[in-house]
Each structure stands twice: as C-alpha cells, then as structure tokens.
Design a protein around this ligand. Sequence first.
Ligand SMILES: [Zn+2]
Length: 411
Amino acid sequence: MVYWFTAQGGHVALAKRYREYVRGQGRFRTLREKAAANPALEKCLGSPQIWPNGELLAPEFLDQLARAGFARATIMLQHGFDAERAAALLRKTRQHGFLLGRYDNYNLARKSEWDYRSDLDAAKEPDGKPLGRGGKIFTCGRQAWERALLQQHADLAAVRYDVQFMDTLLSQRLRECWDPAHPASREDDAGYRRAIMAVASRQCRQVTGSEDGIDYGFDQTDFLEGPMTLHRFIDKPMRSTVWEETADAGPAVRRRGDSDTKDFKLLPAPPGEHYKAYAISEARRVPLLELVYHDSVSTTSHWRWSNMRVPEMWWKADLFNILYGNRPMWFIDRDLWDRYRARLVESYRKVCGWNARVGLDEMLAHEYLTADRSVQRTRWSSGVWVVVNFGGKPFRGAGVEVPPRDFAISK
Ligand SMILES: [Zn+2]
C-alpha cells in the first residue's frame, strides 16, 4: 500500500504521481511502442469502434461507409461469426483501409455456445466443484491460456483478422483454481490473462483489446471497451429498465414482446438519475485513467452503451470523447445507420479526426475554465489543446470562442 499526498495540483497531480509509480514498476508501454511492433494499431486510432448487426454484416455496408467519407473504421464481429462471410468482409476492409476484428472470451464459457472442454477446463472451488454462475462456467486461466495458444493460430489461418477483442479478461476479478491438475493462485491468474493477451498482440500481431480495464494488463493490450461507461456500475435502475439477459437466448438477445427479438444494445435507453448526476456530468467526472494511460491504451465506452444509446445525450458522449481524446463506440443495425447516417458522419469527422491527432499523445493536463465546470480544457504532449463547452451559452476566454455544446482545438 502506498500513500502519497499533495497540497497542490489536484486530481491531475495525483494521476501523474500514479503514472510515475507504474512506470517505476516497468509495466508501462506506450501505444507508440505497441504500434512499432504492430502497425495496424495506428489505423485503429482515429477509427470508430463499430459492431454492425443484421443486414449491416455485409460488404455493401463497408462500401457505404467509404462512400460516406470514412477513411478509417474498425469493424468488429461477434462470437462465432461464419468464417466464409468474414473472409468476404476482410477483402472489403482491405480495399477500403479499414480493420476487421473479432470477439472471443477466454475467461468464461456458456455451455450452450462455447465448444470446448468447459468442465475439465473450469476453475475449481476447494471442494472440486466448477466455479460458475447463471449457466456460465469460469475457465481456469492456465487452461484458457493453453486453449488460446492452440486456437489463436488456427483461427487466424482461416481469417487473418486485424483486431481481437478478448471479453472480460480485464473486467472480471481474478480467481483461484483448486483443481490438482491445474492449480493456480490469483497472481497466477493475472499472469495467464496477460499471457493470453500477449498471444494475440505479440505472437499474432493483432490489435488487442479487453473489457473495462484493470491495469495489471494494460501493457499487454491496445484498447479497452468500457472505461467511458461509468453508469454500468453506478446506475443499476437505469440498466434494469432497458435490458435483461435471458439465460437461454445468450447474452445479446433481449425479448421484445412475444415474437420480435432484437439485441438490447440496439434499443434506445432513457437516462437514469445517477447517470445524469455522475456518469455524464462534466461537473463531477474527471479523466483519471486518461491522465495516467492515454498514451498507453485507447479507450471507448462499453458496447452495451454505445455513443447513441441514450439518444438525448449523444452530443455529450461525443464531447467527452473529444475532451478525453478517445474513440467513439457504435453498436448499430440498419435502422440506426439509416436514421443517423449524417450524424454518424459528423461524429466520425469531429471525434475520430481529433483522436487521429492526439491518439498517441500523453494527456498532460485537464483544467476547468469556468467555475461551474461547463467549459474544460485538456492539453496534450504534441503541443495541442482542446476546449470543450458543455454549457448552453457561448464561451469566450483563454484565446478562443466556443459555441454552446461545441469545442475548439488549437491550430
Ligand atoms: Zn486450474
């Protein structure tokens, strides 16, 4: 346990002190270092993280993106996507300069979906029972790592994905395993999870990401889906009014009436009280993770809460991305693409354009320019800055004019 106090500098000084602590432990790797080993990472920066659904899982959608002006896009496919269709999408992403990525999960197994030795490979309780909850079995890290070694290379031989999202590795707590055939401490588990990400990022040279983010793994991963979404943890009433996981239908399907099913992540959500008061409040949230790690790991919101999920707050989700210098998350289908195409193009231009400029930078400072905190500025290691106005009035000061709900960047 380390305590460190300071009388000045506020949250920025505290974050920078933690950054020095991490660096001192030798576990800080910059995105620039990661990109030198895997050049695809630079194309990921400045791209929206897109999970297309339904009809959008077709080469024509990638043509439409290109025609709409997208020069970068990271297209993500969900678990078990058909290899032949993926290969057709891959040809298209190569043509347009996009990236193609896939989902996998080495940390838990749903017996109905995952095709491997879930009982043998499960982490065990001291009494020998498999660790699990709600139809899911938690895999022992050691066994998962062995599976990753075998499976990653085989999967890549079928389709040469550029990106891999390894769900839950950096979000779920570490586990002990009492199976005498593969015992593991929690420290071992952390080591295996790091090794699993290293198989994808270092051996297979894929842009590698995980969910949320616990920082023992940040030097092994390139992006995180989740850190922008605080309400996942603090606004449970908001969550429970808009989605449910049905045990048999899999994690992604929410029942809507008797006949119609649609992935809950595609449905608009009303803003909850804690969401409004804390998660999306410019007066209360601060970019601690970005002050420490912006130049080490690229972050988005969680796929359950893509930028347009709360439609009336989309503008603010985009402005937070700009202030924090990170990337937008879009979980979309044909309905959303048709309805919001112009808005998505605008977000791409503004949010991704800025991320392409500062994506490799350290966030040096985060400042409030008004007493009510409606106007904030971040400064970046390449010498640029951005002023974001979350308020309802124009802002004049600090050498810039910023309209309401807008931003200004240095020349
Ligand atoms: Zn084990």
